[in-house]
Every structure is written in structure tokens, then in C-alpha cells.
Design a protein around this ligand. Structure first.
Ligand code: SF4
Ligand code: SF4
Ligand code: SF4
Length: 260
């Protein structure tokens, strides 16, 4: 806690595009009451100071390197509350696409060319695979209203809850015409709600960025799948953009050569 009684907050980023932090910056610009309520001690996207004394840590991005694990554990040791910020931190998100490539070495060569041995990386993981997480803000990028609500709950000492029902519920409440009825494809029946069904509302099928609901086999949306002639299993097989992280995947041993 700062001497002024405000909780100290820090933002960290690992493998990601930093789009969720940008959403935070954008949100804070129009919600100055939140900036007033806390003392931000570290936030690379917005300031140069790097304070290491904080109670609340927001972590964006996936764990993709051995040194990420050490840093994540340091943050966990310091922070009373750790919040996973966005799909990369929550479910490994688009970073996990590399996990399903036949060879992690090929991935590194593709990205880093002949300098691939300079950059040790392994299959992407959500931060919860390394440290305990107290709250999650899903999405790619995060939803600003959900960010505000979760921050308020954390500051009030409450355990933040996120929806555990499918996007279809929000979509139907908005009286959208179903994407399946328009001949398209949508992952709404098995994806966690909370984004106000923004994609289907604008005529695009959900891509699953908020992750799976806890029990997609028992949700009430099976009729949507049946109408489209799909099983839950076939639907889940299409969750390739954001939901391919597999906790059972082993970390491929590093292949490193001396740096030039
Ligand atoms: S969740 Fe999406 S927007 Fe956020 S950091 Fe990852 S890729 Fe970027
Ligand atoms: S399948 Fe997609 S478009 Fe259809 S109701 Fe569900 S969320 Fe809406
Ligand atoms: S509609 Fe689907 S892909 Fe789009 S923001 Fe919501 S959960 Fe993510």
C-alpha cells in the first residue's frame, strides 16, 4: 500500500501484441476516477518508472521462454492479487498456434531466420500453467467494461466473477439473426460470454477469443449445433485460432547452439 493509502498496481507483459494494455490505457483516459483510486508503479506501455513494490499485478501475454517462468514467479511472490489480462495470458490465445506446428525448431527458424538459436522459446502457455491466478479478464482484446468491473471488484476485495454461459445467450438477448441461419459458422455455442456477442451482432461468427465455457457438453445451445448439423466435438475441432493450448503438451527440449 502506498503512503497515501492507495493500492499499488503494476502491469506486466510477456509474449503478446500489447493490445490489451492499449485497451487499458484507452479505458483509463476516460475513467480518471480509477487512476485516482490506485497508484500505478509499473506500466511499460504508459510510463517509464519500474517500481517493484505492488499489491496488484495485471499480467498480459503468454509464457513462452524459460526466463518467463522465473519472472512470473517473482511477480506472484510480490503481488497479493494476480490478474490475467487478455486471451494470451488466460488461454495462451493466438500464441498457442505455434504449439500445433510439427516442430518448435521450425517455428523459431521461420520467425528468427538464421538467428533462431539466439531466442530460446518453447510452446506457449497461459500464465496459470506457471503461477496461481486470482482473476481473469478474457478476450482478444479485453472488453473495457469488463476490465472496469473486475478492477472495481478487486479494489473492493471481492472475487471477480466472469460469465460461464455461452455467447449465444447474449446474442439471443440482442435478437440477432443467427450466423448459422445465414449460412455462416460461429463458435458462440461453446464460447464464454461477456463481450455482448459483438461479432455476431456485426454479422461475423464468433472466433472463440474468450475461451470455452466450463462444460460445453451440457449447455442449452446444442439445438444451435444440431440445426447446423454439428456435434460439440466437431465444433471444438474448429477452435483453432484461440483455443489450441493443450495442458498435456510437453515442453520440447531446447535445441541451442552457441551465439555467433
Ligand atoms: S489477447 Fe489479443 S489483444 Fe491482448 S495481447 Fe493477446 S493478441 Fe494482443
Ligand atoms: S451461434 Fe453465434 S450467431 Fe448463432 S445465436 Fe449463437 S452466438 Fe449468435
Ligand atoms: S464474439 Fe467471440 S471472438 Fe468476438 S469478442 Fe466475443 S468471444 Fe471473442
Amino acid at each position: 500500500m502506498a503512503s497515501n493509502g492507495k493500492p499499488k498496481v503494476a502491469f506486466f507483459d510477456f509474449a503478446c501484441c500489447e493490445g490489451c494494455q492499449l485497451t487499458v490505457v484507452d479505458t483509463l483516459q476516460t475513467h480518471l476516477e480509477l487512476v485516482e483510486a490506485v497508484e500505478i508503479v509499473q506500466f511499460r506501455e504508459a510510463m517509464t518508472e519500474k517500481g517493484e513494490d505492488y499489491q496488484i499485478a495485471f499480467i498480459e501475454g503468454s509464457c513462452t521462454r524459460p526466463e518467463d517462468e522465473e519472472r512470473l514467479r517473482q511477480i506472484r511472490e510480490q503481488a497479493d492479487i494476480v490478474v490475467a489480462l487478455g486471451a494470451c495470458a488466460h488461454i495462451a490465445g493466438v500464441n498457442a498456434l505455434k504449439n500445433i506446428q510439427p516442430s518448435q525448431q521450425d517455428v523459431r527458424e521461420y520467425v528468427y531466420g538464421d538467428k533462431w538459436t539466439w531466442y530460446d522459446t518453447y510452446p506457449a502457455r497461459p500464465i496459470e500453467a506457471v503461477i496461481e491466478v486470482d482473476a481473469v479478464i478474457p478476450g482478444c482484446p479485453i472488453d473495457r467494461n469488463e476490465f472496469l468491473n473486475i478492477v472495481k471488484m478487486v479494489l473492493l476485495g471481492k472475487k471477480p466473477a466472469i460469465p460461464d454461459y455461452p455467447v449465444c445467450v447474449e446474442c439471443k438477448l440482442k435478437e440477432n439473426v443467427c450466423i448459422f441461419d445465414k449460412g455462416g459458422f460461429c463458435l458462440g455455442p461453446i464460447t464464454r460470454a461477456g463481450c455482448d456477442a459483438i461479432y455476431p451482432t456485426y454479422g461475423v461468427g464468433c472466433l472463440g477469443c474468450r475461451g470455452l465455457i466450463s462444460n460445453p457438453n451440457e449447455n442449452a445451445m446444442k439445438d444451435v449445433l444440431m440445426k447446423a448439423g454439428l456435434t460439440v466435438e466437431e465444433m471444438m475441432a474448429r477452435m483453432t485460432l484461440f483455443n489450441v493450448y493443450d495442458p498435456a503438451q510437453t515442453l520440447e527440449p531446447e535445441v541451442s547452439e552457441p551465439k555467433e
